[in-house]
Design a binder for this molecule. Sequence first.
Ligand SMILES: Cc1cc2nc3c(=O)[nH]c(=O)nc-3n(C[C@H](O)[C@H](O)[C@H](O)COP(=O)(O)OP(=O)(O)OC[C@H]3O[C@@H](n4cnc5c(N)ncnc54)[C@H](O)[C@@H]3O)c2cc1C
Length: 502
Amino acid sequence: MPNSPAVDTQVAVVGGGPVGMLLARELALLGVRVTVLEKLSAPTGESKAGTLHARTAQTLHRRGLLKAVQPGPPAPPVGRGPVPFHFSGMFDLDLSTVVTEGPVMVGSPQAWAQEVFAADAERLGARIRRDRELVGLDEEADAVRLTVRDSRGVTDTLRASWVVGADGARSAVRRLTGIPFTGTPARVGALIGEVRLLDPARVPQGWQRNPRGWTLVWLNLFGRSRVCTYDFRGPHPDRQAPVTLDEFRAEVERIAGHPVPMDSPSWLTRFSDAALQAEHYRVGRVLLAGDAAHVHFPAGGQGVNLGLQDAVNLGWKLAAEVHGWAPPGLLDTYETERAPVAEAVLENVRAQVALMDPDPRMDSLRTLFARMMHFDDVNQYLGGMISGVDVRYDTGGPGDPLAGRFAPDVLLKTGDSVTSLAEHLHDARPLLLLLTDSEELLEVVEPWRFRVDVVTATAVEQIGTDALLVRPDGYIAWSALGEAGDADALAGALGCWFGDPA
Ligand SMILES: Cc1cc2nc3c(=O)[nH]c(=O)nc-3n(C[C@H](O)[C@H](O)[C@H](O)COP(=O)(O)OP(=O)(O)OC[C@H]3O[C@@H](n4cnc5c(N)ncnc54)[C@H](O)[C@@H]3O)c2cc1C
């Protein structure tokens, strides 16, 4: 689709949170002129999420970003013993038996990761415009006209060929495009904040459930501690009302059942368990990603992970569209692939919230569920969901057992050097990996060589196939395993995912 010459930018990303900044980086990496429009004049530095799960870590590793998103020492790879994690507040999962590559979890405050992505996006040529709140959106025949307003009330317009709303749960892009946001309404009223706890001995430790609700405390003896409360009696009447220290203290004390002295609040806010998803991820030239497309209760720390994987799924497809080589329907696979993943997360979070109910009649069910989490199959199933390693797309390769799976980070020997598959994906280009000399497959890929990298190497470990066609997001488009493993099927997959040959 040709771009109008009169546009100011090829893609406008509305919202410079972690998802918008990573998407901007992906697009800039692929040579797209991208502009981020961010409402705030400076980042807040606040991090709701502090952890990345395995599939996000593996994905960032394929861009060479994994170390940079960790402000502390890099997380160790899997294989250093159990990694307990919770489902519904029961810490009976062991993620170390579920994850097979890289660290099981990574400490990465979202504000830190966001700035890493932003700095790199700018280095690659993205324009980041802060103090620009989107207030109007009009779709034209070949572009979208955006109206933005700054904090002085001055408005400006900008034309973009494509717009991505990465502007969070209350997305203006979603609202202005009229995309319904549907699902299940709130029934829990939750508060979160950081406060100085004045009598650590009187603080409910860790995650506590009692018939009055939940308290969650991440104790910091040297500064502010993060404290959270869950009230299952119903949602807050006004979700937007500011939270005062008095309200926060009273709620902690009501649930704990005794005074919990605190002062010096920062970042007091309320949230709920509403689980909502956009009915469309794309309408014409407008797309949604991250919290703009899906929101849920933060049980299991899955929100930012979902959004970052949206960004990496969308980036190369939108870049292909902008550059005019996207095969028909490629961009629509963004929704068909990512919406079911978000839907599954919303479902597991609804289940977690139901199990968290403080009613003592739930106690036996929780005990039973906690015991079942020690069964290997249950651990694999739930751990696969939470860590994201169960994500597999329907890439339409019938008879190809590997198609749609995440390509393993296999070590590759080429001459004297050893690399790994992940390194060959740093530039977000499609990759044909040949683990055997095959003149036939080389001949097939030849007309796509300008768009698809080809690496011929010896795998240090067997991966069950002699050849893999890997998409820029790390998922397998075709393999030489199974009935569809021939040269014709490879040509079909190249055309299906990466457009016409030269
Ligand atoms: C209390 C709480 C705890 C959480 N804990 C976790 C956790 O432990 N793990 C986890 O994975 N997730 C957690 N989450 C969810 C996680 O924080 C979100 O999934 C994540 O922030 C989504 O990133 P985003 O970039 O899509 O949106 P956001 O981070 O919301 O960023 C959106 C950006 O858009 C900007 N913006 C908004 N409107 C406009 C506009 N009109 N014009 C221009 N810019 C605009 C905003 O200023 C913001 O910078 C938690 C959420 C909450 C509420």
